[in-house]
Design a protein around this ligand. Sequence first.
Ligand SMILES: Nc1ncnc2c1ncn2[C@@H]1O[C@H](COP(=O)(O)OP(=O)(O)OP(=O)(O)O)[C@@H](O)[C@H]1O
Ligand SMILES: [Mg+2]
Length: 234
Amino acid sequence: MIELNEIDKTYPHPVHPVAALKGITLRIEKGSFSLLMGPSGCGKSTLLNLIGGLDQPTSGDLLLGGRPTRDFSDADWTRLRQTEIGMIFQFFNLLPMLNALENVALPLLLRGDRPEEAKARARTALVSVGLGGRLDHRPSALSGGEMQRVAIARADVVSPQILLADEPTGNLDSENGEEILKLLSSRARAGVTLLLATHSPQAVPYADQVIHLKDGRVDRIDRIDRIDRTGGKR
Ligand SMILES: Nc1ncnc2c1ncn2[C@@H]1O[C@H](COP(=O)(O)OP(=O)(O)OP(=O)(O)O)[C@@H](O)[C@H]1O
Ligand SMILES: [Mg+2]
């Protein structure tokens, strides 16, 4: 479970500090699929970055699986992102000089897994997103949808308990976007806690809840009947 208690985030600036999050209190259940929606600038990316430890709140408490994160060091967060938290971004953030297999194996190598083991796991992760035929392609030789599937495999490969995705379909056409949403929602059904920031109404039927942010606050939360594996409602 992800718990946020009275989280504030203000980006400092000598003249114009930005209060990006104001008093966010949320509980996100393990294995649930939540969407973060709201106008540009409402704080979606800021919230995801805090949960992934890429940035720290100005005040308030973030608990992951019951553990307060207040005293986590950068090394603790790095370790967490190598073992428990996967992140997916709008622009894929793949390394251009590495092929798909190397991109996906990288988080495992960085945490010290044996190279043969890392490659085998990376291959399995790429096969599971339908890219078994693209292992030695570099990102420049892949389509946008394929690049995002590589990024999902890279997030998956550490077997995370939490997946954070920031507009993962923002750069894709609706057909590719649908494929990515199906892949991501399958992870939530497998017990992963999935939090996805998006502007796309297309994502709503896949989710359990939509958290609407407005000007750095939770505006309202809508509960959704999630699409199940067969495409019908639960
Ligand atoms: N590094 C930063 N330094 C200063 N201000 C920032 C920084 N990052 C974001 N902001 C500001 O914080 C607010 C929230 O930004 P954030 O990126 O979280 O919005 P968002 O909801 O993800 O928007 P979008 O839908 O456009 O991606 C905005 O006003 C933005 O200008
Ligand atoms: Mg954003």
